[in-house]
Design a protein around this ligand. Structure first.
Ligand code: HH2
Length: 270
């Protein structure tokens, strides 16, 4: 049996303060044009977010978040990609769903807003449940685990069970180890190395390494925009270990790399 196809989730950050592209797509017209370009480059999913989750970031109110993302989701309907809303708030997700989103990417795995799971269930949306230790404001302050993979895996298994108990169809649930969310460089590397253990839970696995700080720590590259080669290395390894969705800023080069990697993994002499 061949491996199921992978998908690229292109990042559309409508924020003033995202760690690598803050402010660049704050203007709705620019964000829409950017999203359309990413769809054209091969993004099967466009992930629209109005709240940065970078280490140290503070929360954004629902009104402001809605003001940032809603017109962009509306403007991307018909762009040829599934629309995802990257939010922890049911109010924001609900409005985005009404505007055409069918995927909810919640970095708190339905822990922040008690209305989120029911909303996703009611609308039959896909969802991504991500692991995070602590909250963005403090998550990089000395994170500790006994066994990072076992703990992330147990958390994700429990959150998937919660989502299903709340009425979300099992086939709609994606899981994400939350690279960089309350993790040291060593934790991130071990999660990637042992990603197969999370894939073994049986849900499609999403990975988000794009331009992240641990890559810069390894390569000595302080500028997040200069972390593309490192991003590609981690995505290829994650593909090989069974990840299915790749959340990235630079869609075209990652798409090329994963196309070749997937063809190689599928190759068999007749
Ligand atoms: N990473 C970020 C945001 N959302 N969602 C999922 N499922 N997985 C991730 O790894 C993930 C995520 C952080 O990256 P970015 O959106 O580029 O930055 P910021 O949070 O500063 O806007």
């Amino acid at each position: 049996m061949g491996r199921p196809p992978h998908r690229i989730m292109g990042i559309v950050n409508v924020t003033p303060d995202s760690f690598s592209d803050g402010g660049e797509w704050l203007d709705p017209a620019a964000a829409i044009a950017h999203g359309r370009a990413l769809a054209g480059e091969g993004a099967g999913i466009l992930d629209v977010g109005g709240e940065s989750t970078r280490p140290g970031a503070g929360p954004v109110g629902a009104e402001e978040e809605l003001r940032r993302v809603l017109g962009v989701v509306e403007g991307l309907a018909g762009a040829g990609a599934q629309l995802s809303i990257d939010t922890t708030k049911a109010r924001v997700a609900e409005a985005a769903i009404a505007a055409g989103a069918t995927y909810v990417n919640d970095v708190t795995a339905f822990r922040h807003d008690p209305g989120m799971a029911g909303l996703v269930a009611q609308h039959g949306c896909d969802c991504c449940l991500m692991h995070m230790l602590g909250e963005p404001r403090t998550m990089q302050d000395d994170p500790r685990y006994d066994d990072v993979v076992d703990e992330v895996k147990a958390f994700l298994e429990q959150r998937a069970a919660f989502a299903v108990a709340e009425g979300v169809a099992e086939a709609r649930v994606h899981l994400d180890p939350g690279i960089g969310f309350g993790k040291t460089v060593a934790h991130n590397l071990e999660l990637l190395q042992r990603l197969g253990e999370i894939v073994a839970l049986g849900f499609p696995v999403v990975v988000g390494t794009s331009r992240k700080g641990f890559l810069g720590r390894l390569t000595g590259q302080p500028d997040p925009r200069q972390r593309l080669a490192a991003t590609i290395a981690t995505n290829v390894l994650a593909l090989e270990r069974g990840a299915r969705v790749f959340r990235v800023h630079d869609v075209a080069p990652v798409h090329e790399a994963l196309t070749v990697a997937a063809a190689t993994l599928a190759a068999r002499q007749a």
